[in-house]
Structures are given as structure tokens and as C-alpha cells.
Design a protein around this ligand. Sequence first.
Ligand code: 5GP
Ligand code: 5GP
Ligand code: 5GP
Length: 215
Amino acid sequence: FLCSSADFDFFYFVEQWSPSYCDTKQGCCYPITGRPNEDFGIHGLWPEYTTGEWREFCDRENSFNASQISDLIGRMQKDWPSLACPSGDGTIFWRHEWEKHGTCTSLDQHSYFEAALDLKKKANLLQVLENGGITPGKIYNFTTVKEAIQEGVGYRPVIKCNKDPANNTQLYEVYLCADTSAKNFIECPVFSHGIPCGSSIEFPSFSSDSELHVA
Ligand code: 5GP
Ligand code: 5GP
Ligand code: 5GP
């Protein structure tokens, strides 16, 4: 049966800036454990082809099993919080990421989640930005932000933006690329920028009203 689940070229490692996930017209819901740290959170670790394509949901029988990552739960809650509504403990988000993307890798569940947590630690994005003089609550030049990440992590990121309720552009996600072992960052073999962010971007703090539950 020719359907090796290890068949891909590299990973996208995607982090979201939690305040920007919340600072939108739609708002967010904090996890049942409370507001996450003002930090990046993991969105996912996605296997990719250099053609720009990818596969999803590769093994319907390999469903998420929280007991396989019970030793990682503390790190998962801190570094991979789910901000979607309604509030939860993260399980729905982690299940989705495993079943959609994780099942298309050669990693087992524990290795997959641990690899993502370790990449977040290695990238250390919030510290890297702070080292570049970029701290939450202000507006920055787009190129300055991108170059601070490149300088600090050692690899060129792709930045995705979203809009706050006043329609200002803000830093939303940072894409980095990793090799197929998910242990080392690499320069991205393909580069789709998506929608340009514009020359300046907001790097927001959590605002007191950012938890706007959807009706
Ligand atoms: P969005 O439209 O929010 O960027 O992406 C929606 C979903 O589509 C993501 O959560 C992800 O599962 C999938 N997706 C979007 N772009 C990519 C990509 O470049 N690679 C992979 N593997 N999935 C993607
Ligand atoms: P994707 O398909 O884009 O990889 O995953 C996004 C899915 O995970 C959506 O169904 C979204 O509602 C859910 N989700 C739950 N929590 C979060 C979160 O904190 N951030 C993002 N981007 N998606 C989340
Ligand atoms: P270049 O490849 O010359 O850096 O950029 C080409 C276009 O993509 C420009 O419009 C630039 O603003 C945009 N761009 C460059 N890097 C990024 C990025 O990381 N994210 C987004 N969203 N756009 C980018």
C-alpha cells in the first residue's frame, strides 16, 4: 500500500501572537485555565512539499489521544493555548492539529507535540523581538520586525497580519521552516507571502476588552 505518511519535504512551524488573535472584531475566548501569557502561542507544525502543496488528514484511524501527551500538558497549556470560542482546555485545537497535519508526518503523537514545543523554545520569538527593541503595545516598521526575527532566530520568517477592530494591521503569525526531523530550523524552500502587511504593523498588548465572546 503506497501511502507512506513520511512523504514530505519540510515543515512550516507557525506561531500566533495571542493578543492579535484576540484583538479582532470577532474576539476570542481565553482557555478555562485563564488568560494565557502575553506571548506567542503555537498554531501548528505542518508538513509541506516544496511545490507549495501539502497533505491533510492522512490517517483517519490515528486519532488524537491525550493520554499520550499527559507529561507535556503543562507545556502545552502554556505554549499552545487555544483562543477560539468557546473556552476549552486546548484539547479540540490539539486534536485538530494532530489529525489534520500531524498524521501526515512520520512522528508519533508524543514526538510531534514535543518537537513543536521544542521549536518554540528554540525560536524564542518574544525575547528575540525584545532584543531588537520591539515590545508589545506599539507600532513598528514591518521590515524592522522581520529583520529582528531573522537576526535573532537565524532564519528568515514569513509574517502574516490581521486587522484589529479599528482596521489597523497587526502582526498575527510568524512562519518559520524546519527540516523533516522537526528539530532544526532551515531557510524556507518556498516562499508564499500571501497578502502584504504594509510598511508598518501594530504589535499589540492584550487589551482589557479583547476577550469579546462571540454571541
Ligand atoms: P488560514 O486561511 O487561516 O491561513 O489557514 C487555515 C488553515 O488552512 C490553517 O489552519 C491550516 O490548517 C491550513 N493552511 C493554510 N495555509 C497552509 C499551508 O501553507 N500549509 C498547510 N499545511 N496548511 C495550511
Ligand atoms: P487550521 O485548520 O487553521 O490548522 O486550524 C484552525 C482550527 O483550529 C480552526 O478550526 C480553529 O477554530 C481552531 N482553533 C482553536 N483554537 C485556535 C487558536 O488559538 N488559534 C487558531 N488559529 N485556531 C484555533
Ligand atoms: P520581497 O519578496 O521583495 O521581500 O517582498 C515582496 C512583497 O511581499 C512586498 O509587497 C512585501 O511587502 C511582501 N512581503 C515581504 N515579506 C513578507 C512577509 O513576511 N509577510 C508578508 N505578509 N508580506 C511580505
